[in-house]
Design a protein around this ligand. Sequence first.
Ligand SMILES: Cc1ncc(COP(=O)(O)O)c(C=O)c1O
Length: 392
Amino acid sequence: MKYKGRFGDYGGFYVPEVLIPVLEELEEAFYRFYEDAQFVAELAQLSRDYSGRPSPLYHAKRFSEHVGFEVYLKREDLLHGGAHKVNNSLGQGLLAKYMHKTKLIAETGAGQHGLATAMIGALFGMETKIFMGVTDIERQSVNVHKMRLCGAQVVPIEGGTGTLKDAINDALRYWTAHVTDTFYLFGSACGPHPYPTIVKHFQSCIGKEARQQCIEQIGRLPEMVVACVGGGSNAIGIFSGFVEDKDVRLVGVEAGGVGVGRGLHAATLVAGRVGILHGAKAYLLQDEQGQVCETESVSAGLDYPSVGPEHCLLKDTGRAEYVAAEDDDVLDAFGLLTRTEGILPALESSHALAWLVSQKGKLDPGTVAVVNLSGRGDKDVSIVEERRPLAE
Ligand SMILES: Cc1ncc(COP(=O)(O)O)c(C=O)c1O
């Protein structure tokens, strides 16, 4: 186990002793079931009938006209729950069922992973607790209400900045005391081994479908694939379908907040240094003393100071590039997609759109860009209303 779960030097599992056998049990169960015929068939049936897979690849023609090249949206926003998060929650929830666990816990930032886990808890009849920072509870209250309606308990976390990092701290602490019957349904492709591998596996359907859809609908592969990066799950999910296609540019867009130069942001790969947080070695936003920095972003789902280990390796090898989009440009991109296509993107996904808008005039008009529209923006309407009030 010691050398497993490494992506170059990144990843690993830096956890308290008590969690080591639990993570080993999880790893063993994952490798036992992920190719098991019954597990695969049950996951495929639920992915289709419950989640709504495959998600469409949509040519956003009016948005394309605006940016001057061809933009296709991978519509994860159309899935049940409104985001890609259900892919992973369904996969891990099924794994928990096969492991005979009766309780689920999860952390959440934007509430999309919390909601997806609350839905799966209801689906499988499992008691579910969601850890969520108080700042996020306030700004994503619609999702909090939905989680409670599904029967989940939402545990408010007061510590730190009341955001995703603090929710993960408390969920891990809780798990160490409740390992026997509780499955920690981790929400992104980060954290200790085996989570980055498990989450990537359950999100890789995005990339597989998108690649196939490009061939069927466009007749070729795109020039680039773009996705927002928080912990990194939707990005690694879509990148995984194209990583072997060396001519396809992979672009991950992080939260630039009010500006990387001004220090208030969550752009880990753009501005971080290697460190250890939440059980894994990865790029990390830290000060000179190695203290984890407070992050700030308009989107709760990207407001996180670390990132998945595989993205760190993709950055170092140059296979993927990572950039940051600032809050104001993200809000503009939200407005642009809404007005040109009638599609409200999540503020997280709007980061990927904002970077595309910044490429206006820089790319050949024949360029095809596939964007992972990781979620829908219903949860963000009040934030947008506050930051960009509509004229009467
Ligand atoms: C819609 C949406 N997209 C993206 C993310 C970021 O997570 P990840 O980087 O794991 O895809 C979140 C997180 O909550 C989200 O809700």
